[in-house]
Design a binder for this molecule. Structure first.
Ligand code: UN1
Length: 513
């Protein structure tokens, strides 16, 4: 038996040895092929999920398109009520679901719970939003006329999610999509398929209790070929995809070709600028959590520290000192800070990145490497590394999904640091540590950070759901979660109504018959 109550958690979530990987809600479909999910924590097989067949995909799409026609007629606040009940179920199941996330994906238990908390938070947000899907009234240039803008449900939303946030990213999308009157088809990462089964079990119960039709929440499972069925499917007006820039380039192009919309959340290359007035009490935890939290596998993970030369040695020594305190080990053990990487491929990429950084001239301050010995049998545990590097190194320009932190110096004014921060292809998250008001405002101004997220005196990761989440450039341009991100899940309609007895034309055009 596995320790830390995993067996019990799996049971509470309805996870079996072999699980059907395709579902339209309370109906499940099994194919022959399976994906085995091994835990990076101890290398053990957790369970299997069947791969979606072409025929079953068709059943899912038929069910989803039919459900949409009913679901969009239910008043938005009533759809909000469904999401409210879903949020309550998540509150009840926070412990087992958080544990499964931690065990299947490898992030610390605290972060596993945090991820479920993000799901609960977005449900609460969506419930309020269900009464605020407001359009506007626009003054018409013509007498006796009024213009309006309305937001209508869009249709089937296809969700492709990554292994690193195996449940929260799905919820960011579904909670909003559902209150907007859309139905969802989710292809989870093949590296965390059991999380999709667990989530589907939870929402299926809510849908059943409310006598709602099949097709409002669907899951499909498999590799990229299963995702491709969705990207090529004209019945899906919106694809929301989280993952690598490589994946997003393909998905974005495919979806655009058929005039679908895509919401892309791709790679980041996030930096913290550390200025001469930065407070070390804030800098050290901010930078260290950003770099080693989730073993560096967040798209918002801190990859680069851009430090002013006048404080460089002091900051470097403080960060290096803090790394000495980091405990690597079983993420279910709450005394550990850093768990494993997702799999051995990720370990190989991490090792390769360190070699490349060295070959390009990087100076290793904290040696990386694979952790061996008792408790580390999965072969997925690595040491967080620190390397002094130059921003232009090819490896520094590239997102490596692992705990490797690059330190670099800037001199002179903050503008030089901002140039370095912006001098990468990605544009997700960024931060400045400063007590100088002018520096902070410059960083946030039009000529400051070019990222979708720009923070002052906090790190690059750990965004709250209330703000819109996403970034520019190779990060893909999508925004999900808070603010007005809901609009992408709806279609905008402009209405002009004439309540006069005449028909004046716009722009003063005369058309006399
Ligand atoms: C991701 O890494 O894909 O800001 C999402 C954060 C989290 C979300 C990260 N709230 O770190």
């Amino acid at each position: 038996a596995t320790s830390f109550g995993i067996e019990e958690a799996l049971q509470k979530l309805g996870i079996k040895e072999v699980n059907p990987g395709t579902s339209t809600g309370n109906k499940w479909f099994s194919g022959e092929d399976t994906i085995a999910s091994y835990s990076p924590v101890d290398g053990k097989l957790i369970g299997k999920v069947t791969v979606t067949t072409k025929e079953d995909y068709e059943k899912v799409m038929e069910s989803a398109t039919a459900a949409f026609k009913t679901f969009r007629t239910i008043p938005a606040p009533q759809r909000g009520e469904i999401v409210r009940q879903f949020g309550n179920k998540l509150r009840e199941l926070k412990e087992p679901l958080g544990k499964l996330v931690s065990y299947e994906m490898g992030k610390s238990l605290q972060e596993g719970y945090g991820e479920v908390q993000e799901m609960i938070d977005i449900c609460d947000f969506a419930v309020g939003l269900s009464r605020q899907l407001n359009g506007q009234t626009i003054p018409s240039e013509r007498p006796g006329h009024v213009m309006r803008e309305q937001w209508h449900s869009l249709g089937v939303v296809g969700i492709i999610s990554a292994f690193n946030f195996p449940v929260a990213v799905w919820a960011w999308n579904t909670a909003l999509a559902w209150v907007c009157g859309d139905v969802c088809v989710w292809k989870a990462s093949e590296k965390a398929p059991l999380c999709s089964v667990a989530c589907q079990n939870i929402i299926a119960g809510v849908l059943k209790e409310n006598n709602l039709p099949e097709g409002i929440s669907c899951i499909i499972n498999g590799d990229y070929k299963i995702g491709e069925m969705m990207t090529n499917d004209t019945r899906i007006p919106l694809i929301s995809a989280t993952g690598s820039t490589r994946m997003g380039r393909i998905v974005g192009a495919k979806v655009a070709e058929r005039f679908g919309k895509s919401l892309l959340e791709l790679g980041g290359n996030n930096a913290i600028i550390i200025t001469p007035t930065a407070d070390l009490k804030v800098v050290v935890p901010g930078a260290v959590f950003g770099a080693v939290g989730t073993a560096g596998q967040r798209c918002t993970s801190t990859r680069r520290l851009i430090i002013h030369e006048s404080v460089y040695n002091k900051v470097r020594d403080a960060i290096v000192g803090a790394y000495a305190q980091i405990k690597i080990g079983n993420p279910l053990d709450e005394t550990k800070h850093v768990g494993p990487l997702i799999d051995k491929d990720a370990v190989a990429m991490y090792l390769n990145a360190i070699e490349k950084a060295k070959a390009e001239g990087g100076n290793v301050l904290i040696e990386g490497g694979v952790v061996k010995g008792e408790g580390f049998e999965s072969g997925c545990y690595v040491k967080p590394a620190i390397i002094e590097a130059k921003n232009h190194y090819e490896i520094v320009q590239h997102e490596t999904f692992a705990p490797i932190l690059y330190l670099m110096k800037y001199s002179g004014e903050v503008e030089n640091a901002i140039d370095m921060q912006n001098g990468v292809a990605q544009g997700l998250s960024s931060a400045i540590m400063t007590n100088e008001m002018k520096e902070a405002e410059k960083f946030l101004s039009y000529s400051g950070s070019d990222c979708g997220i720009a923070n002052v005196n906090i790190g690059t990761s750990g965004a709250e759901i209330g703000g819109a989440f996403g970034g520019e450039k190779e990060t893909g341009g999508g925004r999900e979660s808070g603010s007005d991100a809901w609009k992408v899940y709806m279609r905008r309609q402009t209405n002009t109504v004439n309540y006069s007895d005449e028909l004046p034309l716009a722009q003063g055009i005369k058309f006399d018959l």
